[in-house]
Design a protein around this ligand. Structure first.
Ligand code: AMP
Length: 176
């Protein structure tokens, strides 16, 4: 069932060459979102995995991690925590800096969004170099959260991003 979904989801991803800059092949997930059946199946592949874990909260990464993470949290009946790019969250935040190809960036999380000991799953659409999700993992751990694993719909394996998340277990559903 989920195996069939994986094939359909893979076919639903649109490669957009040279976006947002020359040399990057952007994996566009909007054809999945716009298709009612495919969107449901994308949430189901996360849920099949998540139902095996004792999750207290789902954390999603700005911005496409919100689309999948919040739907998964809703279906599990647990809370959802957004980790956002610097300057977007209104209340008191903790922040974690990370390196991009050119320069640095920062992710932020509200200081009261995770209680020490809570069991967390981190969700984003795509794992590339792992810098973004490693910063998110650092924020979860700084808050005392127990990060059970990080899950991504798509993994760009040639970038070895999962090494940056080590020792956090990484689960991905579509590998390129
Ligand atoms: P990274 O920190 O390199 O793992 O980048 C991960 C973040 O950038 C994720 O939030 C992705 O949505 C986005 N991203 C990076 N590379 C791509 C790509 N080729 N296609 C789509 N999104 C990407």
């Amino acid at each position: 069932m989920v195996a069939d979904s994986i094939d359909r989801l893979r076919a639903g991803i649109r490669d957009v060459p040279n976006f947002p800059k020359h040399g990057i092949v952007f994996k566009d997930i909007t054809p999945i979102l716009v298709d009612a059946q495919l969107f449901r199946e994308s949430i189901e592949v996360f849920l099949e995995r998540c139902r095996t874990l004792p999750i207290d909260k789902v954390v999603g990464i700005d911005a496409r991690g919100f689309l999948f993470g919040s739907a998964v949290a809703y279906a599990l009946g647990v809370g959802f925590v957004p980790i956002r790019k610097k300057g977007k969250l209104p209340f008191k935040t903790a922040s974690a800096a990370y390196s991009l190809e050119y320069g640095d960036a920062e992710m932020e999380m509200h200081v009261d969004s995770i209680e020490p000991g809570e069991k967390i799953v981190l969700i984003d659409d795509l794992l590339a170099t792992g810098g973004t999700s490693a910063a998110a993992a650092a924020l979860i751990q700084k808050a005392g959260g127990d990060l059970l694993e990080a899950q991504f719909l798509i993994e760009l394996e040639f970038l070895h991003g999962r090494e940056k998340l080590d020792p956090t277990p990484v689960v991905t559903f579509l590998k390129f």
